[in-house]
Design a binder for this molecule. Structure first.
Ligand SMILES: Nc1ncnc2c1ncn2[C@@H]1O[C@H](COP(=O)(O)OP(=O)(O)OP(=O)(O)O)[C@@H](O)[C@H]1O
Ligand SMILES: [Mg+2]
Length: 278
C-alpha cells in the first residue's frame, strides 16, 4: 500500500475520542491525594456504542467527565478527533447522572437552550427543536415545565437537549438509573432506536449489567483501587441484543460476579475473555 493510501486509511480509522494512559488524582487533603483512575487507554470510533460498567464509586462518572472535557486529566491525554481536548465543546454532548434541566424553562426552551446560548435566532433552530421533540415523543409537552414532567419525560428532555445540537459524541451518565424497570426498558429501546436512526456515537455509564450488555457494542468494565479498565468485551453480536439469549445470560451472570467480587477482578477478567471466545 502506498504511504498516501495508508495515511488515508489511518485517517478513517482515527477514533473520535481516545484516552491515552490517562490518570486522574483528586487532592482531597494536602497530604493524601486520591487516585481515582489510572492507566486508562480507550478508543471510541465513529458510530460506536460503548458502555462503561462498574460498581458505585469505581470512577465511572470521573471517566465520563474526563471524556467530556469537564475535568482535565492529571496525566496522559484525551484526544478528540486526534487533537488534545481543551475543555468542554458543543461537539460532545453530556447527559448527567442528576437532573440538570432548567426549572424556569419549558421543555421546548430547554431543548433549544444550546442554540439560544450561542446567540442563534429561534427561526433558525425552531424546526430542529420540533424534530428532536418528535424523536423523543414529547411534541405534546413542549409548553410544560420540568416540575410538571415525570422522571422518564425529564430524562427524554435531557437526551433531546443534548442531541439537538448534533454532537459528534453523546456521553450519558446512568441516564435511567432512577427509573422503574418498565420505564427503564422503554427508554433503553428508545435510545437504541435513536442510535440506529441517527448513527450517533454514544458512551453510556451504568452499574446495571443487563443495561450495559443490551445497549453496548463494546463493554468496558472499570474497577479496582485505583480504578482502571479491568476488561473489554466485544458485545456487537446480535445475541447481546436479546436479554433471554443463552450467551447474553451467561455473560450477564459472569459480569455480575465480577462486579460483586472486587478486588478479585483481575482474575475474573481473564475468565471473561474465555466467555467471550466461546
Ligand atoms: N471532585 C472530587 N474530589 C474528590 N474526590 C472525588 C471527586 N470526584 C470523584 N471523587 C472520588 O472518585 C471516586 C470515583 O467517583 P465517581 O463519581 O467517578 O464514581 P462512580 O463510579 O461514578 O460512582 P456511582 O456509580 O456511585 O455514580 C470516588 O471515590 C469519589 O469519592
Ligand atoms: Mg457516577
Amino acid at each position: 500500500m502506498s504511504s498516501h493510501l495508508s495515511a488515508l486509511n489511518e485517517f478513517h480509522q482515527q477514533p473520535i475520542l481516545a484516552c491515552q494512559n490517562v490518570a486522574k488524582t483528586f487532592q482531597v487533603t494536602r497530604k493524601s491525594p486520591f487516585i481515582a483512575l489510572q492507566k486508562i487507554d480507550l478508543k471510541v470510533a465513529k458510530g460506536d456504542f460503548v458502555t462503561i460498567l462498574g460498581r458505585s464509586g469505581g470512577g465511572k462518572s470521573t471517566l465520563l467527565k474526563l471524556l467530556g472535557g469537564f475535568i482535565p486529566p492529571t496525566s496522559g491525554q484525551i484526544l478528540f478527533h486526534g487533537v488534545p481536548l481543551q475543555g468542554i465543546t458543543p461537539k460532545i454532548g453530556m447527559v448527567f447522572q442528576e437532573n440538570t434541566l432548567y426549572p424556569w424553562l419549558t421543555v421546548e426552551q430547554n431543548i433549544g437552550f444550546g442554540f439560544k446560548v450561542r446567540g442563534k435566532q429561534k427561526r433558525h433552530y425552531g424546526l430542529r427543536v420540533q424534530e428532536v421533540m418528535e424523536h423523543v415523543g414529547l411534541t405534546q409537552s413542549g409548553n410544560l415545565y420540568p416540575h410538571q414532567l415525570s422522571g422518564g419525560m425529564k430524562q427524554r428532555v435531557s437526551i433531546a437537549r443534548s442531541l439537538a445540537i448534533q454532537p459528534d459524541v453523546l456521553l450519558l451518565d446512568e441516564p435511567f438509573s432512577a427509573l422503574d424497570i418498565q420505564l427503564r426498558r422503554r427508554l433503553q429501546k428508545f435510545l437504541l432506536n435513536i442510535w440506529q436512526e441517527t448513527e450517533a456515537t454514544m458512551v453510556l455509564v451504568t452499574h446495571d449489567v443487563e443495561e450495559a450488555i443490551l445497549l453496548g457494542q463494546k463493554l468496558i468494565v472499570v474497577g479496582g483501587q485505583p480504578g482502571h479498565i479491568i476488561a473489554e468485551v466485544d458485545i456487537s453480536a446480535s445475541a447481546f441484543r436479546d436479554r433471554y439469549d443463552r450467551q447474553f445470560l451467561e455473560l450477564q451472570q459472569h459480569l455480575e460476579g465480577v462486579i460483586g467480587e472486587e478486588p478479585d477482578m483481575m482474575e475474573k477478567s481473564r475468565d471473561l475473555a474465555a466467555v467471550q471466545s466461546k
